[in-house]
Design a protein around this ligand. Structure first.
Ligand code: SF4
Ligand code: SF4
Length: 404
């Protein structure tokens, strides 16, 4: 991308600002898309240094891309921000969860050490309590088979591939497993290529463009030989990144054209007549991740998917066009902003009409992005609210009797 041409596309109208979560929080022009574009323009022209102030304003951006959705000039703000961050000095390597780290975290939880540490007050003293609270239960992660055939009781409709990623492969296991079982039950064989890995979103958003391109190439190679209708995933933040591989690797349209959010795929296929889904006499609140809305443009897909569950009542959160602050590593690295943004989302959940809440007893919040799910669940734990955060495919697969 030609950064200077992309910056020039911005006419400084400010129509994006009122939709920017960090501008809404601070009313500081430097925390708005227009202000950030002005800062980046001045920085690339050598008029300002990459000092702490500049870096802070750029790092406060959640990369939610709400500004793109409302920009009349079609400015690709996400690309500008990724490029600008790659020009900043002292960009540290992005954090990833290695298998060894996962093993240690599992031991930490299952040995009772987590309970002891939490009770001791050590975490508060060391200032790590908020970060530690983000750690969810770590499930077992058995290896995937390379291929899961469609259910023999149903006509074979074709094959798809499941992207499992890195962090999602651990913390979104339930949703991945639910997706695989639903796809098989609906007549699709599912490939799970073992050589796939991290989508590279965290690397790209941290300004590590080369590392992001290497990770992208690894996934392109892993899926290259598969004859599939679609490549589906459960975490919309990663799916959004997969859908934009051709921005860095322009010849990769075949892969990109096959990328779909799991809800998008499931609402786009023909379901077998009489496919059994048990009624659920409950009300769930529905959160829409920014990546699903502003990048994949599939904001309504989870709602449509959940309508396969008879009797289920779905209430979309009123904050659904504003970032909850999950945003990958943002919840850890920009914890103060992330918590303020999360508060707005959780307050919207609290503000669902009291009559409705009493009548319906909302005990479930549904979201389609792992980062948002971890962040919101940690906030609910802090508030002492016994509301479960789950993925739409998990609810659906449960009602179809495919998972417990
Ligand atoms: S990507 Fe989101 S947080 Fe960043 S400037 Fe745009 S609207 Fe604001
Ligand atoms: S990014 Fe788009 S909406 Fe925002 S100030 Fe520039 S031209 Fe206007």
């Amino acid at each position: 991308m030609n950064l200077s041409a992309e910056l020039d596309r911005c006419v400084m109208c400010g129509m994006c600002s009122q939709h920017c979560p960090t501008y809404q929080l601070t009313t500081n022009e430097n925390e708005s898309p227009r202000g950030r574009i002005a800062l980046i323009t001045a920085f690339t022209a050598g008029q300002v240094n990459a000092d702490d102030t500049l870096q802070t304003h750029l790092e406060h951006c959640t990369n939610c891309r709400a500004c793109e959705a409302y920009c009349p000039s079609g400015v690709h703000f996400g690309t500008i921000m990724n490029e600008a961050r790659s020009l900043l000095p002292n960009r540290s390597a992005p954090s990833t969860l290695s298998p060894q780290t996962i093993r240690w975290l599992r031991i930490y939880q299952r040995s009772g050490l987590q309970k002891i540490t939490r009770a001791s007050g050590l975490l508060k003293l060391s200032g790590l309590a908020q970060k530690e609270n983000l750690l969810p239960h770590i499930p077992d992660t058995p290896n995937w088979q390379d291929y899961y055939p469609a259910s023999p009781e149903i006509n074979h409709c074709g094959d798809v591939a499941l992207f499992t990623g890195c962090i999602a492969n651990v913390f979104d296991r339930e949703a991945l497993n639910a997706s695989r079982r639903l796809l098989n039950a609906l007549g699709y064989g599912v490939h799970v290529p073992p050589a796939q890995g991290c989508c590279g979103a965290i690397a790209l958003h941290s300004g590590q463009a080369n590392e992001a391109a290497t990770l992208a190439q690894q996934n392109l190679d892993a899926f290259a030989k598969l004859d599939v209708q679609a490549i589906v995933h459960t975490a919309s933040g990663c799916t959004a990144r997969l859908s934009e591989y051709s921005q860095q690797l322009p010849d990769e349209h075949d892969f990109v054209n096959k990328i779909q959010d799991i809800s998008q795929f499931l609402i786009g296929i023909k379901w077998p007549a009489g496919f059994p889904v048990a009624p659920l006499h409950k009300t769930v609140a529905l959160h829409t991740p920014c990546s699903l809305q502003n990048v994949l443009h599939q904001a309504d897909a989870p709602h449509h998917l959940l309508q396969h569950i008879p009797q289920l009542k779905i209430i979309p959160l009123t904050q659904n066009t504003r970032c909850c602050g999950g945003a990958g590593l943002y919840m850890l690295e920009q914890a103060d902003f992330a918590r303020q943004l999360r508060k707005q989302t959780l307050d919207a959940l609290d503000n669902i009409s009291p009559t409705e809440k009493i009548q319906q007893k909302i005990g479930t919040l549904v979201t389609s992005n792992l980062g948002c799910a971890l962040h919101l669940a940690a906030g609910l734990r802090e508030r002492g609210q016994a509301i479960v955060v789950t993925h739409p495919v998990v609810l659906l697969a449960r009602q179809a009797g495919l998972i417990k």
